[in-house]
Design a protein around this ligand. Structure first.
Ligand SMILES: [Zn+2]
Length: 198
């Protein structure tokens, strides 16, 4: 019998995922695709962490069950993102409040434009490399996978307070209260001071 090496199992799995873009696959199928080796799950992890393939699981999408995997985007995350240190990544995410800087989706919460997906944040450039941007932490920001794939089709412009208030005026009372709650949690001392004065 031909011996399946870790490297060849990984190659098999990579090809299998790329030939089945968008199709949800379970452990049984993927184990077989890897040549029946016991460490197939570890090879999938390597495809994610070392090669940057965005293979989604139930941690990323609420419609997936544990043990189900799907690759939606054949393009792996760029090398620069994989090369970013844990410290830089944490710094950028913290600075951006664990929120996508394009659409405002919060990490781990259902995505506002695709509620079946949990928001997963990537690190992207503020000024694109093609326009002279660097990999310096000052030029990095948090971007969700939906915006990263260009799926949400939202302009880069930050909404002004005027536009935001206009949107809030139109919202239902319960949504307005949700905004109030979020703002009070974010700015507890300011909310307190404001209430003292009025
Ligand atoms: Zn986004």
């Amino acid at each position: 019998m031909q011996k399946i090496t870790a490297q060849s199992a990984r190659t098999k799995l990579r090809e299998y995922f790329l030939n089945n873009i968008g199709r949800i696959m379970d452990t049984k199928e993927l184990r077989a695709a890897a040549g029946g080796i016991s460490e197939w799950a570890r090879r999938i992890r390597e495809l994610r962490t070392e090669e940057g393939y965005r293979i989604l699981t139930h941690h990323d999408r609420s419609d997936l069950k544990p043990g189900q995997y799907v690759l939606m985007d054949p393009k792996p995350a760029p090398a620069f993102e994989r090369a970013i240190s844990k410290e830089t990544r944490a710094l950028v995410l913290d600075r951006n409040g664990f929120t996508c800087q394009m659409c405002g989706a919060a990490a781990g919460e259902p995505h506002p434009y695709d509620p079946t997906r949990k928001t997963r944040l990537h690190i992207g450039h503020i000024i694109d490399k093609s326009q002279g941007g660097t990999d310096d932490p000052g030029n990095l920001r948090a971007i969700c996978s939906v915006c990263n794939e260009g799926a949400s089709n939202i302009t880069l412009e930050r909404p002004s307070s005027q536009k935001l208030l206009a949107q809030i005026h139109r919202a239902t009372g319960s949504d307005q209260l949700a905004v109030l709650q979020w703002l009070m949690k974010k700015f507890p001392s300011q909310a307190h001071n404001f209430l003292e004065k009025t």
